[in-house]
Structures are given as C-alpha cells and as structure tokens.
Design a protein around this ligand. Structure first.
Ligand code: ADP
Ligand code: MG
Length: 261
C-alpha cells in the first residue's frame, strides 16, 4: 500500500514543486513505484515532469469531479522512463481553478481525492501531492488523504512565523478529518551555507523541531532551476549536480523514514 505525502507550504516560491518532482524522480531512481499528483492549477509539476498540461485529455480536475478515475487520467513521461526515473503523473492545468467553486455544493468535498486514490494505492510505494500555495479546498483534499506533510522551507527570517498557520491547519485536519496526518518533516531548501542568517535559522529550526527536520539539506543550485524549462526534474536533467544529488539523498532518507512510520 502506498504511503501518501503532501508537499505543502502556503507560501509561493518556496520550492514545493521542485521538491515534489525531484523527490518523485529520486524515489523512482532508487526503485520505488511513484505517482505524482499535481494539485496546483498552475500545472508546474505536470510541465516539470515532461507532460504538456495543455494537451491533457483528463486531469485531476476530472478526477475530483468524478468524471474520470485516477487509472484513466494518469499518464507517463517517456523521457523520465528513458532516464530510469519513470513515475506516473496525475496532471493539472488551469481548469482546476474552477474545481474549488464547483465542489462547494458537493458532499464530502474535502475527501474527493482520498476516495479517488483508494483504487490505485496498491499500485505504488509512494504517492506525492504537489499542493498550491494556499490553505484552500484543494490543499485540504491533499491533507485529508496524506499520511504526512513534507514542508519545504527557506531558512529566512520569517520562515518560522509562516509555519504557525500551516501547523495549526494540520492540527485541525488531524483532529477533525484525518487521524493519520502528521508533519513528517521540514526540508531546508535553497540553502546557502555562506549566509550566516541561514545557518542561524537552520539551528533554530533544529532546536525547535528536533527530529522533524530532515537530515538532508537541499542547496541552492541553478541546475535545479534550469531543469523545468527542459521538461524534466533536476535529478534527470543533470544527475551529477549538487542539487540533484541532494534530492536523491532525500529520497533515500524518505525510504528509510517510512519504515519507522
Ligand atoms: P513553489 O512550488 O513553492 O512555488 P518552486 O519549486 O516553483 O516553488 O520554486 C520557486 C523557484 O525557485 C523556481 O524558479 C525554482 O526553479 C527555484 N528553485 C527551487 N529550488 C531551488 C534550489 N534548490 N536552487 C535554486 N533554485 C531553486
Ligand atoms: Mg509550485
């Protein structure tokens, strides 16, 4: 049975999508069966996995509205398979923006994704969900089906402050909707060890959240930022780059960690 993780942080531009696609590729590289779910209408994780969001016949939108099953809507990317990092993709595009409104009147609307994924859980070791930069109904759907939340964050002055809202939301979802949910870990991303402030915030994080902080640190690395324009995760684009190697190490840390869950 798959372990399901949301990559969430209500701030934009903090590395959610980069983390989702590179963790998916890294896990695939070490032999795990992975489904990547794009829950963001921007469709960056879809494009960044080599799938053209404008060409998709079925997306997560159809799944949430029960017009298609996950098995019907998931796709593969040949380039990822050729690179030995193949994972399945449940894509998104701007159609998904409408889902929020259309779901308002529906029953059990926060459980739509959970119910849809039940059918494919046996096909995967990991299901990774790339959340939009908000604490919306879409993110709530992700949190309702997850065993854990991975929170990518930059070690900046306001980082801890922003965490409070997310932690409170997770607590509420845990209490009311999903007893399995926990923060599995905080992932330090875009890290530059030469910046003293980043080191200080990193130390604060460890002091405050202890073993909830992943051991792996993702460095700032331009190859990770270049990769999406080639339609592949950094792990595939330049496997020897520091950022790519860090994400493969993170995949290994995740594999080790789920054994203790
Ligand atoms: P989010 O999904 O949270 O909005 P993204 O993953 O899209 O964030 O990242 C925001 C920007 O930062 C993107 O341009 C991405 O390429 C870049 N980026 C992410 N992680 C790194 C990194 N470790 N090093 C350099 N650039 C990064
Ligand atoms: Mg994103």
């Amino acid at each position: 049975m798959a372990k399901i993780f949301c990559v969430a942080n209500q701030k934009g531009g903090v590395g959610k999508t980069t983390t989702t696609v590179n963790l998916a590729a890294g896990l695939a590289k070490v032999g795990q069966r992975v489904l990547m779910v794009d829950l963001d209408p921007q469709g960056n994780a879809t494009m960044g996995s080599g799938v053209d969001k404008r060409q998709l016949e079925l997306t997560i939108y159809d799944v949430l509205l029960e017009a298609a099953s996950v098995a019907e809507a998931r796709v593969k990317s040949d380039r990822l398979i050729e690179a030995g990092c193949g994972y399945d993709i449940l894509g998104a595009n701007r159609e998904l923006t409408g889902a929020e409104v259309e779901m308002v009147a529906m029953e059990r609307r926060e459980r739509r994704l959970k119910e849809a994924l039940t059918e494919v859980e046996k096909d995967y070791d990991f299901i990774l969900i790339d959340c939009p930069p908000s604490l919306s109904m879409l993110t709530l759907n992700g949190l309702c089906c997850a065993h854990g939340v991975i929170v990518p964050m930059q070690c900046e002055y306001f980082a801890l402050e922003g965490l409070t809202d997310l932690v409170n939301t997770i607590k509420q979802v845990h209490a009311n909707l999903n007893k399995d949910l926990a923060i599995i870990g905080l992932l330090r991303v875009m890290f530059d060890p030469r910046i003293t402030l980043q080191q200080q915030v990193s130390e604060q994080l460890k002091a405050h959240f202890a073993d909830k902080v992943f051991n792996t640190v993702i460095p700032r690395n331009v190859r990770l930022a270049e990769a999406p324009s080639y339609g592949v995760p950094g792990v595939v684009f330049d496997p020897l780059a520091k950022g790519a190697q860090a994400y493969v190490a993170f995949a290994q840390e995740m594999v080790a960690r789920i054994e203790t869950l």
